[in-house]
Design a protein around this ligand. Structure first.
Ligand SMILES: *[C@@H]1O[C@H](CO)[C@@H](O)[C@H](O)[C@H]1NC(C)=O
Ligand SMILES: *[C@@H]1O[C@H](CO)[C@@H](O)[C@H](O)[C@H]1NC(C)=O
Ligand SMILES: *[C@@H]1O[C@H](CO)[C@@H](O)[C@H](O)[C@H]1NC(C)=O
Length: 469
């Protein structure tokens, strides 16, 4: 009995001492952090080879008043061919596991209670109700939230965490979209100058939105701003809207849809495309073992501030054999490629022309690197890490690069009118930032452009100067 209390205390202390936001597992201390499962005490007398296949180590990844997540794994996991952790997630009545994405894919199994899961797919939010017995997949890199909307029933979920694609083999890393001081939103990692430009709001508004939340990754939805009643009303009201969405989306099939879109784009291209485009297509089909010209290709995205294009296996089939994609980005002077994430690939970039800067953010929402970009400079950005490129205000910045996947890369934007925040906009995201829905809407809607945004290096000083006075 006393031992159990000690073990729980120990686990708690460990979790706290690794930085309260350390829901993610840390690099060097991994093994020390794993505590023995409490239940293991009962097996104490039988330790030995016979227990090689029991998952006897467990760790509390998150614990707040509103819920917890505990992961178990076996000691001898070196023998496995794939790295899967098993976890228990408990959400108390009326609670929310705030919007985030992971470097691992999850399979959920609802053991008890009822879950609402929101998943952003192609810039649209789909919400689904899961009941006991339901199984559901959340792909690595996809933004999601989980909610227990029942007033009086605890929600229990068993999940597999497939860490085969994770940043570090065998561990899980969370990237919170919402957040504040605890946990931090990944957005906090960027400079204030980047954020004011990306969101087109003042630095004081940035501060207000990004520093308020402090209740941890799992929160109650019935305290602070939203009264329980309002919340319930909101849920029932919003569901009507969401049903419409669900009809369109059903189950987010991943690959088939992609081919559909890509062939759709091709169809459009071949119907409306220029003559060069036609030639390119033919060239591509008949001699795909030869070469592919990036400059003959029309951009995938273009606005007043620049353009981007990417080439994957559906454009040039030899890429499939090496599992590599290729891209070109051109940013006009005084513009930025909005903060974004590659959910499927690591990216290697080479600056062809111009100058500018690059910022990359760690999963825990701190700045990982800030560097100047100039011709010949080569950089890499790990899969899942948020980053941003900015062109200096006197010349165009052109970057060529590779991605470690031949499939369409589909970056997730964290700002701009096509961002995941736009898709999530609603009570869940507001709660995750600890602000009212009105404030959140202003914050998320102020930037009207998408993907490539105007960037004014002076903006911050001016705005701050005014705010300070
Ligand atoms: C919120 O709801 C939970 C469960 O229904 C309850 O335990 C908690 O006290 C409530 N919190 C507030 C502030 O009403
Ligand atoms: C965030 O993560 C990075 C990389 O793991 C680490 O070096 C840094 O100390 C962390 N910062 C905080 C505040 O935990
Ligand atoms: C930024 O916000 C202002 C209004 O505050 C608006 O007039 C302007 O069009 C916005 N710019 C962009 C790029 O969205």
């Amino acid at each position: 009995m006393g031992n159990r209390v000690m073990v729980s205390l120990l686990v708690l202390v460990l979790v706290l001492s690794y930085g309260v936001m350390a829901m993610a597992m840390r690099f060097n201390h991994e093994d020390e952090e794993w505590g023995r499962d409490q239940r293991e005490e009962e097996w104490e007398g039988h330790r030995g080879h016979r227990h090689l296949f029991l998952l006897q180590q467990s760790r509390l990844l998150v614990k707040t008043e509103a819920g917890q997540m505990r992961v178990v794994r076996s000691v001898g996991q070196r023998m496995v061919d794939r790295h899967i952790n098993v976890a228990y997630l408990t959400l108390e009545p009326n609670s929310l596991f705030i919007p985030q994405y992971l470097d691992s894919s999850l399979i959920l199994f609802v053991q008890r209670g009822q879950a609402n899961v929101g998943l952003v797919h192609r810039q649209e939010l789909g919400e689904r109700q899961l009941k006991a017995g339901d199984v559901y997949r959340i792909p690595a890199g996809s933004t999601f939230y989980l909610q227990n909307v029942r007033e009086n029933r605890r929600l229990q979920i068993i999940l597999s965490i497939d860490t085969s694609d994770s940043l570090r083999m065998g561990t899980l890393e969370n990237f919170f979209i919402g957040g504040g001081t605890y946990p931090k939103s990944v957005l906090s990692g960027f400079d204030s100058e980047i954020l004011t430009n990306a969101f087109n709001v003042s630095s004081s508004e940035i501060r207000q939105v990004l520093t308020r939340h402090q209740e941890g990754p799992i929160i109650y939805l019935n305290n602070s701003q939203s009264s329980s009643n309002l919340w319930t009303k909101f849920v029932s009201m919003k569901e009507q809207d969401r049903l419409q969405e669900l009809k369109k989306m059903v189950d987010f099939p991943e690959e088939p849809e992609q081919t559909l879109t890509w062939s759709w784009r091709k169809l459009l291209n071949s119907v409306f495309g220029t003559l060069e485009n036609e030639e390119r297509k033919q060239h591509h089909h008949e001699h795909s073992q030869k070469s592919y010209n990036l400059y003959d290709r029309k951009p995938d995205f273009k606005n007043n501030h620049g353009w981007t294009l990417s080439v994957d296996e559906s454009d040039y089939s030899p890429l499939k054999d090496s599992g590599i994609g290729v891209y070109l980005v051109s940013l006009n002077a005084g513009s930025m490629l909005a903060p974004h994430v590659n959910p499927r690939a690591t990216e290697y970039g080479v600056v062809l022309r111009g100058s500018g800067s690059l910022q990359i953010v760690f999963p825990n929402g701190t700045l990982a690197m800030k560097a100047k970009l100039k011709p010949g400079r080569v950089f890499w950005v790990p899969r899942y890490f948020p980053f941003v490129q900015v062109a200096s205000n006197n010349e165009q910045l052109e970057i060529f690069g590779f991605t470690t996947s031949a499939q369409p890369n589909r970056p997730q934007f964290l700002a701009g009118s096509s961002s995941v925040l736009q898709a999530l906009r609603g009570q869940e995201l507001a709660a995750a930032f600890g602000v009212s829905e009105g404030r959140l809407n202003h914050f998320v809607n102020a930037q009207r452009e998408a993907v490539i945004l105007p960037y004014n290096a002076e903006r911050n000083q001016k705005a701050d100067g005014m705010a300070d006075r």
